[in-house]
Design a protein around this ligand. Structure first.
Ligand code: HEC
Length: 180
């Protein structure tokens, strides 16, 4: 009887351990929320052209996030939402990005939205991978998940490196002076 129990419990332990390898601790529910009207309602904090203009990355903030205009105001207030949108750009027949009269790239399709929300006690579910009071989710333009909450510990883990002094936000509206 005892032997069987021992085998059973070590199987459960082995399962738990293998599960931990694929899925690090992470929130089980989406408390970030798809920011449906971000393109209209949020402030554009920064725009960056990537891959020789093939993509445009735009960072948006809702009103609480946009209220931080100087790093001395950090940390971000709870309720802050930062959205990092990646969009393809309009290309010509040769596949080269087309610029408008003002020299700006034109966005074509939204490929994905990296979203982080700050809230009271947010982030605890990431355990050792926690980066402050933020939770992370990646959405498609239609609101479906690319990186659901359950898989978002990799986001939190990398944002640890942005550091507590930046409230775990790499750049937000600020272009990092220390960026190499
Ligand atoms: C390997 C490291 C890494 C991972 C993994 C990562 N990020 Fe980031 N993230 C960055 C860096 C670096 C920047 C700054 C990029 C820039 O400004 O050009 C950034 C920027 C952001 C921003 C804009 C605010 C800021 O920090 O400047 C958001 C929002 C964001 N990430 C969310 C996410 C989400 C959601 C995930 C997971 C789906 C994720 N990140 C995964 C490194 C990472």
């Amino acid at each position: 009887m005892n032997g069987k129990l021992l085998i059973l419990s070590s199987c459960v332990l082995a399962l738990a351990a293998s599960g931990a390898e694929t899925d690090s601790p992470a929130p089980s529910v989406d408390r970030v929320g798809f920011p449906k009207d971000y393109a209209k309602g949020y402030e554009v904090l920064r725009t960056v052209a990537r891959d020789e203009g093939a993509k445009v990355v735009t960072v948006y903030g809702n009103a609480p996030a946009a209220s931080v205009t100087n790093r001395t105001q950090l940390p971000y207030p709870n309720g802050s939402v930062l959205v990092m949108e990646t969009a393809s750009t309009v290309k010509n027949a040769e596949g080269k990005p087309v610029k408008d009269a003002g020299g700006a790239l034109q966005k074509d399709k939204v490929l994905g939205l990296h979203v982080m929300r700050r809230g009271k006690d947010f982030g605890a579910a990431y355990a050792t991978k926690r980066s402050g009071e933020w939770e992370f989710v990646e959405y498609r333009a239609d609101g479906s998940h690319i990186t659901p909450p359950q898989k978002s510990s990799s986001c939190a883990e990398c944002h640890i490196k942005a550091g507590a002094e930046k409230d775990f936000v790499y750049n937000g509206r600020f272009v990092a002076p220390d960026k190499k």
